[in-house]
Design a protein around this ligand. Structure first.
Ligand SMILES: Nc1ncnc2c1ncn2[C@@H]1O[C@H](COP(=O)(O)OP(=O)(O)OP(=O)(O)O)[C@@H](O)[C@H]1O
Length: 247
């Protein structure tokens, strides 16, 4: 469970995140949606204690992230797939994290197999393609068998098989009773994966509802249309076509 209360982050004169209050519940996949620059990554960084809120608070599984004694066993996160020592193999990257978090060595092989990296586990992570780095990032998130998963754009760079695999993985993790909070710009994928959505724009909460209700209430048949309508006034970057300049 993730609980944000009045969460706010200001950089200089501008708000990246403003007065966000929402709860991410276990047992369902919650999609975290918003246009470019809406504040999704900043919110996730605050949940993980990587950025301090200017105001407000956020807890994961009942406590601030930093208050957990073995955080990797509570919360698995993928924020920046490239945040891996480039000279280290995938196996040694995971092993170092396992050893510093009291996770058995056998779990390293399990997650390597689970993400399909068994054939390249001894290669330097710095030479991995984006999709391979993303798979390693997901393996890192799964390493501690955590109750809560926070994944920022986990589908970036994945091939068709990888995208389908992540869809099944997220649904399975939620079905096991875990909390799954995932951001993505791929609305067709989110429509297939998420049960619930939290939508933000310009740092503010726009919607916190079931995916089915969001689509039904919009009167449109798709999440993509519902999302574009909902965020029309909150998107900083829209192309001429979407703005209707050429009509
Ligand atoms: N360290 C920082 N210093 C100054 N401004 C920042 C910083 N980090 C983020 N911002 C600003 O905060 C806003 C929200 O950025 P954030 O990366 O959280 O958005 P996002 O929803 O994840 O965007 P995207 O979908 O494009 O990845 C943006 O205007 C961004 O420029």
């Amino acid at each position: 469970m993730i609980e944000a209360k009045g969460l706010t982050k200001r950089y200089g004169d501008s708000h990246a995140v403003q007065d966000l209050t929402f709860t991410v519940r276990p047992g369902v996949v919650t999609g975290f949606l918003g246009p470019n620059g809406a504040g999704k990554s900043t919110t996730m960084r605050m949940i993980l204690g990587l950025d301090a809120p200017t105001r407000g608070s956020v807890s994961v599984n009942g406590k601030p992230y930093a208050a957990h004694r073995t955080p990797l066993r509570e919360v698995g996160a993928l924020l920046e797939a490239r945040a891996v020592h480039p000279g280290r193999s995938a196996y040694h990257h995971l092993l170092a994290l396992a050893q510093s978090n009291g996770i058995p060595r056998s779990r390293v092989r399990e997650v390597i197999d689970a993400v399909g990296l068994d054939g390249v586990a001894n290669r330097r992570a710095g030479r991995f393609s984006l999709g391979m780095q993303q798979r390693l990032g997901i393996a890192t998130a799964l390493l501690g068998d955590p109750r809560t998963l926070i994944l920022d754009e986990p589908l970036n760079g994945l091939d068709t098989e990888g995208i389908r695999w992540v869809r099944g993985l997220l649904r399975d993790l939620a079905a096991e009773g875990r909390t799954v909070f995932v951001s993505s710009h791929l609305m067709t994928e989110m429509a297939l994966t998420a049960d619930h959505v939290v939508v933000i724009g310009r740092g503010r909460l726009i919607a916190d509802t079931s995916l089915d209700r969001l689509v039904a209430d919009s009167g449109h048949g798709s999440l993509e249309e519902a999302f574009l309508e909902l965020t029309a006034g909150a998107a900083e970057f829209r192309t001429a076509t979407t703005r209707g300049d050429d009509r």
